[in-house]
Design a protein. Structure first.
Lengths: 131, 131
DNA sequence: ACCCAAATCAGTAATGATTACTATTTTATT
DNA sequence: AATAAAATAGTAATCATTACTGATTTGGGT
């Protein structure tokens, strides 16, 4: 399961170079610094391929863009409805996957998204209509 | 926070009449049995409005369609990569939201999706490349 | 090193779920 | 009933993503 093409390597590196959860277009622009001739289609195709093999994670937070995550360990995504930032929170153990297993489901990947207001926005009282 | 229009009521009822996680188009066809003249745009607009107020849940499993859920209690969505079905699993307590709280994040909604193979597909050995 | 078949590429066109728009109808209030 | 605000049906536009095509690159066998 080696990554053959220079383009795929660059895409994977670009994704792993950040702790944000970039979109295909962000990665496209990032990789273009290194390979100016790369095509957006190539980025999409490789991201899909990498997600299919489980090397990366495709995570959808409902903003109309597919986001990608180089960290495939089960963790929480805290999505702020105010600033749009997605924060990671490491899990000691994935109790939910274990629960799913006990109910006959065979888990492969988990995507946990909690929507709300992040600490920073809360502090600035930027929360809209919230508690 | 009353639901004024007949269309919005019908949309909400259609969504609550099923334990599946339908798409906007499914709901559109369902409501058309009752209100044949309803517009797809109306369905989208009301689903967005209902999701914004938290009366329903918009859940994205990465198949290119937005899915909606009338059950807003925190629960697991077990998404089978084989048959595409989304199964619910009730949670006794939402430990993950509590964990997020402890880290300064103010949770409002949680969407937990576990991808894998469901019991039925597993039994039929329909799992592709799986364990 | 060279050849060849398979895989991947860049570039562009097509797709299709969702959103925006507009003129009309419905609703709530006085 | 009159008025203003909100919601509707129908249609057109948007735009992230996918499909397609001919050119290029890759890796294994000789």
């Amino acid at each position: 399961m080696k990554n053959y093409s220079r383009q795929r390597e660059a895409i994977l590196q670009a994704l792993r170079s950040t702790d944000t959860h970039p979109t295909a277009n962000w990665i496209y622009n990032k990789v273009r610094e290194q390979i100016p001739s790369i095509s957006l289609g190539t980025v999409y195709r490789n991201l899909s391929a990498l997600a299919a093999t489980g090397e990366i994670l495709a995570i959808d937070v409902g903003d109309g863009f597919e986001h990608y995550d180089g960290d495939i360990s089960p963790h929480l995504h805290l999505s702020c409805r105010c600033c749009g930032n997605i924060e990671d929170l490491v899990l000691e153990s994935d109790a939910f996957s274990q629960l799913a297993s006990e109910h006959g489901f065979s888990p492969e990947t988990s995507i946990y998204v909690i929507y709300g207001i992040c600490k920073k926005c809360k502090k600035q009282n930027l929360n809209i209509g919230g508690n």
